[in-house]
Design a protein around this ligand. Structure first.
Ligand SMILES: *Cc1c(COP(=O)(O)O)cnc(C)c1O
Length: 335
């Protein structure tokens, strides 16, 4: 299968499976799993935080961050397009009694900091208490500039808010910018990172923060049923991903640029209005093209994509340049 639906479809490599097979394990709820402990320690040192928590998913890591930063009746400011507002089932409100205050994202994925400041509520019992600004990087595959992150930090410091990063794909941002990951993470009080997307682990995310914040998050993780037992086999895969699959994200970015270029050669496909920085390609598709029918036909040829308009295609370690050529040829034959 050549699968462009998401970078979540990546499967563990043979080397990763070997590491998983050999991983020492214990009961992580007792703090006894050596592989989980090793991953958390690695994450602390690698990203420059006091503490780290291995979580079952990015959704869980984001929810734990929100519940650790905010209490019942507090609010967080985020983008209208933020994953932790739009695509996580309203978890902060459902499970944390935390109110989101979404703000329209700029075209580049950033939030206008003047609008953020305007949305901060006064200390008045009519209002929820504004506690946190949550950003996302990459967002829709777009990289937020470092200068913007610095401005966001200055803004939250001035207004006494904490700053969270939904960094599900933050390594894609670092690789694209050619900077160490800490150049990005340094601006944030907490960061969530997906190990199970482009990095290629089968399961798992990290949450990074201060000791006090992660202690709180660890408590909520147990409450939410996220206390896993012999999770070391999964954690070992996550550490292998961080050690071996970061630099290769550049290939996914090159492949995405190549895919965009090839799509533009087909009549009815146009990526020109989209900012394609990393591994996510968006394209407008002419109205007359029945993408559902095309997706059905391509599935018969072992190629998968989600037939949405705009079209969204994701590159990852399971997609090669030759796969893109095969896909473009098959697409050209069907439209
Ligand atoms: C995928 C994703 C998440 C959630 O991760 P899951 O592991 O799928 O729960 C959070 N934020 C962003 C930006 C994502 O892309």
């Amino acid at each position: 299968m050549i699968d462009f639906r998401s970078d979540t479809v990546t499967k563990p490599t043979a080397a990763m499976r070997a590491v998983m097979n050999d991983a020492p394990v214990g009961d992580d709820v007792y703090g006894d799993d050596p592989s989980v402990n090793q991953l958390e320690q690695y994450a602390i040192e690698r990203h420059g935080f006091e503490s780290a928590l291995y979580c079952s998913s990015g959704t869980q890591a984001n929810l734990l961050a929100l519940m650790a930063h905010c209490e019942r009746g507090d609010e967080y400011i985020c983008g209208q397009q933020a994953h932790n507002y739009k695509f996580e089932g309203g978890g902060a409100a459902v499970l944390g009694s935390i109110q989101p205050q979404p703000i329209e994202n700029n075209a580049d994925g950033s939030l206008d900091l003047n609008k953020v400041v305007a949305a901060i509520k006064a200390d008045d019992f009519h209002f929820a208490k504004t506690k946190l600004l949550s950003l996302e990087n990459t967002i829709g595959g777009k990289v937020l500039p470092l200068s913007y992150l610095k401005e966001a930090r200055e803004c939250v410091d001035k207004h006494n808010l904490a700053l969270h990063l939904d960094g599900a794909r933050v390594y894609n941002a670092a690789v694209k910018l050619g900077v160490d990951i800490t150049e990005i993470t340094q601006y944030f009080d907490s960061v969530s990172i997906c190990l199970s997307k482009g990095l290629g682990a089968p399961v798992g995310s990290l949450l990074l923060g201060s000791k006090a914040l992660i202690d709180k998050a660890r408590r909520w993780r147990k409450v939410l049923g996220g206390g896993m037992r012999q999770a070391g086999m999964l954690a070992a895969a996550g550490q292998h991903a961080l050690e071996h699959h970061v630099a290769r994200l550049a290939e996914d970015h090159d492949n995405a640029a190549y895919l965009a270029e090839q799509l533009n050669t087909l009549t009815g496909f146009d990526t020109s209005t989209f900012q394609i920085d990393t591994n996510i390609v968006y394209a407008n598709v002419a109205e007359h093209i029945d993408l559902k029918a095309v997706a059905h036909a391509l599935k018969e040829q072992n190629m998968l994509f989600s037939p949405g308009k705009p079209l969204r295609l994701v590159t990852h370690l399971g997609v090669t340049k030759q796969d893109i050529d095969s896909f473009i040829a098959a697409l050209a034959a069907e439209i």
